[in-house]
Design a protein around this ligand. Structure first.
Ligand code: SF4
Length: 251
């Protein structure tokens, strides 16, 4: 039997840069592949925002590459880097991508393997675009979901990101929050119409983030997005990794 593997783009130890756990020391497991291409269909090649997009995926150059890692290989690497101890001490494990739920089965197997090997799991956050439902087994392992539903400003076709069954599923999860990348009043109106009203998303779980992939753009947009948050009583999230490291990833 072939050994199970995960397709991994990068692994690193840093701090959570977004959302309710912003600032939390975390081990990042970035999985390869995504079912969307925020920024437009051929944004990877053009490196531009296409099809009316106001932002493009800031990790697309990373998650399009990767290699297969055996579970033992991953754990040995984390042991060598002393990350297992950090996870035991309370660092979060952030499973991100790309879209990590494209690898549900391998993730189930990996977390089961991890639990058997170390007798405990860390606090696990998963970052998802909200188009794929997790399995019931995987759900027992995940402590927190950062769900980033998409809008027209992603440059994608609505049928690619607006999958009602999946949205309904995440809307009902107690341990999910909803992050929206916005830059204008139109974006705010759209997310209310597409997501909040029809799926009754809890207002207290809505987080707005500026649609910026570099420090300069982030600084320029911040004040207006904070005003939207104040008006609606939603939470604001910066993108700490961009504030600190600008366009560099894996740090
Ligand atoms: S869903 Fe996330 S990872 Fe995939 S292209 Fe969009 S921003 Fe990037």
């Amino acid at each position: 039997m072939t050994k199970p593997t995960l397709r991994v783009s990068e692994m690193f130890y840093s701090i959570q840069g977004e959302g309710p756990f912003c600032g939390q020391p975390s081990v990042f497991l970035r999985l390869q592949g995504c079912n969307l291409t925020c920024g437009g269909k051929t944004t990877l090649k053009s490196k531009q925002c296409e099809e009316g997009a106001t932002w493009r995926c800031d990790s697309i150059e990373v998650w399009t590459k990767g290699k297969q890692w055996g579970f033992d290989e991953i754990c040995k690497e984390w042991e060598d880097q002393h990350w297992i101890q950090k996870l035991k001490n309370g660092a979060h494990l952030i499973i991100t991508g790309g879209e990590p739920l494209l690898q549900i089965q391998a993730l189930e197997l990996f977390l089961t393997y991890y639990l058997e090997r170390y007798k405990q799991l860390p606090f696990i956050e998963i970052e998802t675009n909200g188009t794929i439902e997790p399995s019931s087994l995987l759900r027992t392992y995940i402590n927190h979901y950062n769900v980033s539903f998409k809008l027209t400003n992603s440059g994608l076709k609505k049928q690619q990101y607006y999958l009602k069954k999946a949205i309904q599923y995440f809307a009902k999860l107690e341990n999910a929050i909803f992050k929206f990348v916005v830059s204008s009043k139109e974006d705010v109106k759209e997310l209310e119409l597409l997501y909040i009203s029809p799926f009754q998303l809890k207002q207290s779980k809505i987080i707005l983030m500026p649609s910026a992939d570099n420090r300069q753009a982030l600084k320029a947009l911040e004040p207006s997005i904070i005003e939207f948050c104040k008006e609606k009583s939603w939470r604001y999230s910066t993108r700490l990794h961009i504030e600190v490291w600008d366009k560099k990833t894996g740090v």
